[in-house]
Design a protein around this ligand. Structure first.
Ligand SMILES: NC(=O)C1=CN([C@@H]2O[C@H](COP(=O)(O)OP(=O)(O)OC[C@H]3O[C@@H](n4cnc5c(N)ncnc54)[C@H](O)[C@@H]3O)[C@@H](O)[C@H]2O)C=CC1
Length: 370
């Protein structure tokens, strides 16, 4: 660890257990110095409170690996164009961040910490601004009209929208979505299809307890509604050069990006065997099984293994998908893609480690509950 990242981690550890208070102070300072910034955030700040600070702190802590995170930060900068972020906003955030840290570290704050946070923040801000500049030819976000909406289970919906301008993304990536039912709350979802020439995109969404956006997308959204979609992010994409067989592991609506990659493979694959493991709580939640089984009939290289974790006797594999994939191994010579809740991803990574799958062959994009 170089000294910059050591100083950042050491100083963050001093306030980590009071991060709620650090966040409140940070937002208060930010809105005080630039009241117009308040308009960029949702009405109910409690939902948002942890997000921006979390993102900054975890980004800053990656400064010791600029190659790996450079692209991530640039895409974050592109994504932030949806907020109409201006260069002076980065200054305001920097001021508020340092003030919050200084206040909560108290006497333990030192000039070395101050310099480390300034340098770390400047590096991420510069990478994000570069990303935003490179994307200047695209709109800050895309308008899309909902053209179809279907409830597939108690709380899962599949809907299709049509973007007014072309939106380029790679199968496996995600983009943030905003609906007028929950203004200024952006949540990430993955297109569930390869890019189409007609500009339509499918999304799979489950309404989860506190997820206001996901609930609105499942329960209120209807054809004719408009959505905003921000720039694509994420690195869970296919490598066309690879000749290795593939294992896809999907938990719940984490199936969406995997289905998009499967569609891309359907266009060119001849000789890579593909095993698709799909986990759901019960039979009702296997909301796309018929389409997947039809694809397996059509493509001899595809095998679909569905499993239910909470539906004893449903007639197929039982248990968490992370365990089911382990029962079918070894997978040490495969490219593996994992998509689902953060806990599902973690459990699957443990199984894959036990099966000695090299981590360099595993791709995942973990993002929080939606
Ligand atoms: N909608 C989208 O476009 C995308 C969604 N996701 C994520 O996928 C997740 C989908 O959630 P739900 O549909 O509610 O899934 P869920 O909670 O119903 O879980 C589905 C299956 O995943 C496995 N699983 C869940 N928790 C596990 C654990 N702790 N250990 C091992 N296996 C576990 C089990 O096999 C379970 O049956 C969300 O967290 C979402 O953020 C990820 C990528 C894209």
């Amino acid at each position: 660890m170089n000294s910059l990242s050591h100083l950042l981690k050491e100083s963050w550890a001093l306030v980590e257990d009071r991060q709620d208070k650090v966040a409140s102070h940070f937002y208060a300072r930010m809105f005080l110095s630039d009241p117009q910034l308040r308009d960029l955030f949702p009405v109910h700040m409690d939902v948002q409170r942890a997000r921006l600070l979390d993102a900054i702190v975890s980004s800053i802590q990656t400064v010791d690996d600029p190659v790996r995170f450079g692209e991530y930060l640039r895409s974050l900068g592109r994504d932030h164009r949806k907020f109409h972020t201006e260069p002076q906003h980065y200054e305001t955030v920097r001021f508020a961040l340092l003030d919050a840290l200084r206040t909560y570290c108290g006497e333990q704050w030192s000039p070395a910490y101050e310099q480390a946070w300034r340098d770390g923040y400047d590096q991420i801000a510069a990478a994000m601004q570069r990303g935003a500049e490179e994307d200047a030819g695209n709109p800050p976000y895309w308008h899309a009209e909902v053209v179809a909406h279907e409830r597939r289970s108690r709380d899962i919906a599949v809907f299709t929208c049509h973007t007014m301008q072309p939106l380029e993304y790679e199968a496996g990536q995600y983009l943030s979505v905003e609906t007028h039912y929950q203004p200024r709350l952006w949540r990430p979802y993955s297109p569930a299809n390869a890019r189409r020439s007609d500009g339509t995109i499918d999304f799979h969404v489950r309404a989860v307890g506190a997820g206001w956006v996901s609930s609105a997308l499942v329960r209120k959204l209807q054809p004719g509604d408009m959505l905003k979609l921000a720039a694509p992010m994420g690195s869970m994409t296919l490598n066309r050069q690879s000749t290795r067989d593939i294992v896809f592991v999907a938990g719940g609506t984490g199936l969406a990006p995997i289905k998009a990659m499967l569609e891309v493979l359907a266009g060119y694959n001849r000789n890579r065997w593909v095993n698709l493991f799909v986990g759901a709580r019960d039979r009702d939640d296997l909301y796309d099984l018929e389409t997947l089984l039809a694809a397996a009939e059509r493509f001899p290289w595809l095998q679909v293994i569905p499993a239910c974790s909470n539906d004893p006797g449903w007639g197929g594999e039982e248990g968490n998908i992370s365990d089911v994939v382990g029962r079918y191994g070894p997978w040490d010579n495969h490219d593996v893609f994992v998509s689902g809740s953060p806990d599902m991803v973690k459990a699957t990574m443990r199984t894959l480690a036990e099966l000695r799958v090299p981590s360099i062959r595993i791709k995942y994009d973990a993002f929080g509950d939606m």
